[in-house]
Write a protein that binds this ligand. Structure first.
Ligand code: ADP
Ligand code: MG
Length: 688
């Protein structure tokens, strides 16, 4: 009998029930042992019946004094036990479960746990029960009882029995994946003991110890996988040939061209990138910086460093508008340097596009700015040195894979405006080095953020009127809720008409995702040139747009936006020298919604906001379900168990450093487990 055998070999699991187990993701006996409780109920405290409190969850123990079934007025059948312990009598009742009668006998001792009610008599409805035959073997009551996340038709009671059976019969076959040297140094429980105590802990302390051990194991495996991948990438690219760094004129002159003083954070990150690009291994770096922290300068610096080695650079943005904006920024600031810069987006006329691609192939362009089509389509590079990926915290991983598939292994710089806590970043992007731009440029004004009540709408419009009169520009943003809800778009169009009347003196324009691309871009361009005063839009403007003269952001139905989204939207203003404002309208219907608006009004710090966002939404939703090895986690919580994560990472890194091929005998089980989880290419484990 093996742990990898089907769960149907466990006594009590018939072919019928097997399907239900499958639905919970339980196929093997090992799966069963690793199916952890969602929570526990402490039923150790048995109370005298005379002492139970109404409305509380209590556990009592007594003799069955009487039992029977009767019909209620509305024709339910009610099965009842009268239980007495010498201090009082309490009734256990179940509706429409006559079959239960077979299980109980008058005179037997039982323990019942449940919420105490009173209907002419003390009563518990559908309590958990356990008939005491042998004092030692209690699993449903009189102890800390596990509660599992189950699908319908599998009862807690049944499931507990199966787990108990599996532990008794098979736990002895469990082998400890953690090497003894790690377990001892970290003082972790042994696997068998941990599995027993995670399901049926004798004390809360033991349950916590068991959990610690299992969380550690989970993180440890994940981190070994990440460390292996990191090593693999390093070795793969060890052969990388660097162009000689012949001259530093470009970066030196660029520094002189920057019209402001760099922040210390910018200087630091630039030095980090310079070190990467000078080393023999390709750069794989993530720059996390809040909106407005000045990431574009960093990107340009990386592109120029590559150019100084005679290699082309690609600057990739998620939208055409943004790519175009970057293109113009580069053209403007790099003009004196005489560099060939090309824009490559699908919106180009076919002829221009063809010529551009040709120039790229021949090496006649130095820097290519575009959307992700620059790496996907048949674009060949003469000599690609660096790829900078802007605003793509979610997709950077995939795009690097895309590049590698093309046989390219350039330096990669990924820039993200959705900063996430460092430990989590290390897990998610375990094969990336991380730089943090934790400083906003001096002189940047805080953005005054208010949650505005509906009654103050008039006042708000007056305020906007005044601002625009003074020459400022503003955004009014509406959410589009679902693709299907045409009505919403109609709402925006309706509102747009109304706003045009209110702000009749100004130039307003509408911008939404259903407009043609050219139209959208034209509107954006006119807004950037100051020809449009107020842009009424959906969240299409969320990413990256930089119009320093815009100082007002109004967000309608703010409760429909995620926290990071709100922060990104707000980041569209406060980019110039003008005092800027963000107004949120909306009435959240959930507590979470209220918390989001409170968080955004009380903080400007992107890291803090991302942290709140993660906590409010949970990791899965924050990153999308399919993301990363994290979906594999059954017990560890990347947000709460960061300390265990760090400990596990330390050991995992050391292990891979010492034994990359996992040849040592004490690492064989790890190898087997990684293989089981990630298939044969376990050294290529994709965390992305
Ligand atoms: P991000 O991409 O990080 O959101 P940007 O690179 O678009 O930020 O920079 C936002 C604005 O701040 C731009 O107008 C940019 O020119 C300006 N900027 C960048 N760095 C500095 C600095 N050190 N001092 C002053 N302004 C800066
Ligand atoms: Mg940017």
């Amino acid at each position: 009998m093996q742990l990898s055998d089907s769960v149907q070999y466990v006594k009590g699991v018939g072919p019928q029930r097997l399907k239900l187990f499958h639905r919970c993701g339980i196929f093997t006996i090992a799966d069963l042992l690793y199916y952890f409780p969602r929570r526990y109920e402490d039923r150790t405290r048995i109370k005298p019946i005379a002492k139970v409190r109404l409305g509380e969850f209590e556990t009592v123990k007594g003799k069955i004094l009487a039992l029977g079934i009767r019909k209620t007025k509305n024709n339910f059948s009610l099965f009842q036990l009268a239980i007495g312990d010498g201090t009082g009598i309490i009734y256990a009742t179940w509706f429409n479960q006559d079959y239960l009668k077979r299980f109980f006998k008058k005179g037997e001792e039982v323990i019942i746990s449940g919420k105490v009610g009173f209907f002419n008599q003390l009563q518990m409805n559908s309590p958990e029960y356990e008939i005491i035959r042998s004092e030692k073997e209690r699993i449903h009551s009189g102890r800390i009882v596990p509660v599992y996340p189950l699908t319908q038709n599998l009862t807690q009671r049944f499931f507990r029995k199966i787990i108990k059976e599996a532990i008794d019969k098979y736990a002895s076959a469990l082998e400890d994946i953690l090497p003894a040297y790690v377990r001892n140094a970290e003082r972790l429980m042994e696997i068998r003991e941990a599995i027993e105590n995670i399901h049926f802990p004798r004390t809360i302390f033991l349950q916590e110890r068991a959990r610690e051990r299992l969380v550690f194991e989970e993180f440890f495996l994940l981190q070994v996988g990440i460390a292996l991948r990191r090593q693999y990438l390093k070795r793969l690219s060890g052969r990388k040939k660097r162009g000689e760094l012949t001259h530093r004129t470009l970066t030196h002159r660029f520094r002189q061209l920057i019209p402001f003083k760099l922040t210390q954070a910018q200087e630091r990150v630039m030095a980090e990138i310079e070190r990467d690009i000078s080393s023999s291994q390709p750069m794989n770096r993530l720059v996390q910086g809040d909106v407005g922290s000045g990431k574009t300068i960093i990107a340009i610096y990386a592109l120029l460093l590559s150019l100084e080695r005679g290699k082309q650079g690609v600057f990739m943005a998620p939208t055409e508008i943004l790519a175009e904006q970057h293109y113009f920024t580069l053209e403007k600031i790099l003009f004196p340097l005489n560099i060939n810069i090309a824009l490559l987006v699908s919106g180009l006329p076919a002829k221009v596009r063809r010529e551009t691609i040709e120039k790229i192939r021949k090496g006649e362009v130095d820097i290519i700015v575009g959307t992700h089509s620059v790496i996907q389509k048949r674009v060949e590079y003469k000599n690609l040195g660096v790829v900078v990926i802007d605003e793509q915290h979610k997709f950077g991983v995939e795009q690097r894979q895309e590049l590698r598939k093309k046989g390219l292994n350039p330096d990669c710089l990924i820039m993200s405006a959705t900063p996430i806590p460092r430990t989590l970043a290390l897990t998610l992007y375990g094969d990336l080095d991380i730089s943090v731009l934790d400083e906003t440029p001096a002189g940047r004004q805080p953005i005054f953020t208010y949650w505005v009540e509906e009654e103050k709408r008039e006042k708000l419009y007056q305020f906007i009127y005044k601002q625009v009169k003074e020459g400022r520009q503003g955004y009014i943003v509406y959410p589009v809720i679902k693709k299907s809800s045409n009505t919403r778009l109609k709402d925006i169009e309706e509102n747009f008409k109304r706003l045009k009347e209110i702000f009749a003196d100004f130039s307003l324009s509408l911008l939404h995702g259903r407009m043609k691309k050219e139209e959208k871009e034209e509107v954006m361009r006119r807004f950037a040139r100051g020809e449009i005063d107020i842009l009424v839009s959906t969240n299409v403007i969320e990413v990256g747009i930089d119009v320093p003269n815009a100082s007002i952001m109004v967000i309608e139905n703010a409760e429909h936006f995620g926290l990071s989204q709100l922060h990104q939207l707000r980041g569209r203003v406060g980019r110039g020298k003008f005092k800027s404002y963000c107004f949120l309208l909306g009435e959240p219907k959930t507590e979470e919604g209220v918390k989001r608006l409170m968080s955004i009004t009380s903080s400007q710090d992107g890291f803090k906001i991302a942290d709140d966002d993660l906590k409010l939404r949970g990791v899965g939703e924050f990153f999308g379900a399919r993301q990363h090895g994290l979906s594999e986690l059954r017990i560890g919580d990347v947000l709460k168990d960061t300390q265990i994560m760090q400990r596990a990472k330390k050991w995992a890194d050391a292990l891979v450093e010492k034994d990359y091929h996992l040849l040592l005998p004490e690492h064989q089980l790890i190898k087997r487990e990684l293989r089981r989880r990630f298939g044969d290419k376990w050294a290529l484990i994709s965390v992305g």
